[in-house]
Write a protein that binds this ligand. Sequence first.
Ligand SMILES: C[S@@+](CC[C@H](N)C(=O)[O-])C[C@H]1O[C@@H](n2cnc3c(N)ncnc32)[C@H](O)[C@@H]1O
Length: 249
Amino acid sequence: MTVYLVGAGPGDPELLTVKATKALASADVLIHDRLADPRIYDLTPSHCVRIDVGKRAGESLQQEAINDLLVIHGRTDGNIVRLKGGDPYVFGRGAEEAQKLREHRIPFVVIPGISSCLAVPAAAGVPVTCRGIAASFTVVTGHRRVGDEQATNWEALAQVGGSIVVLMGVEERATIARRLLQGGLPPDTPVAAIRRGTHADQTVIRTRLDTLHATPLVAPVTLVIGTVAALDLSSEHWTNEVELQLTAG
Ligand SMILES: C[S@@+](CC[C@H](N)C(=O)[O-])C[C@H]1O[C@@H](n2cnc3c(N)ncnc32)[C@H](O)[C@@H]1O
């Protein structure tokens, strides 16, 4: 028996790793989240039992239930695949699941996945780093539990430089923008909001930090904040100033 904690990538099934595909092909039980593309499930054998644990309400309670489910199935014979969007250890609560399995001495293997924090901007033509424009990028969650003492210091983040990639930032976007502005980022800082990146229905909205609060967005969205967000390397049209600087440099 083995539990595989598998990253499913950002959505497009062709962005699964070879290891992930092999684990899916050997799965007796598949425990999956909501975001995964249904075509990924077809990679499992016909006898495989599929369990949808996509979080809807009462998140923390449900996470406990998922942990228990993993332990129950992990004690049986066979291969258990716990499929998670992107990479299991990037805001996916994979670490909690791994800890629980370890506590119960259930063997597990982590199969990293391509995280949306990299793949979604790239699919929209936005490079998170770019020589001469962004020498670093910071990945941060926009979602915080009430009273969380590790709440993000957005004002400090505004001073770091480089690109800021925000996952789960839709609900808090007004606060995030206000605090980054207070921290010193210019109002016209470009923002790219990419919804369902790498899926066939991917959409990209370009906006600015001072208008982000009024930009209509529906999750799941990856936000890229910084000069690189003005780029569109997926387009054949080289129109904006940043791109002109790039070609000149
Ligand atoms: C709970 S986090 C999980 C992140 C995941 N573990 C990863 O590495 O990509 C879910 C958030 O990731 C982002 N996300 C995941 N898939 C996405 C996609 N296809 N397009 C845009 N954003 C996505 C959204 O911000 C979404 O709210």
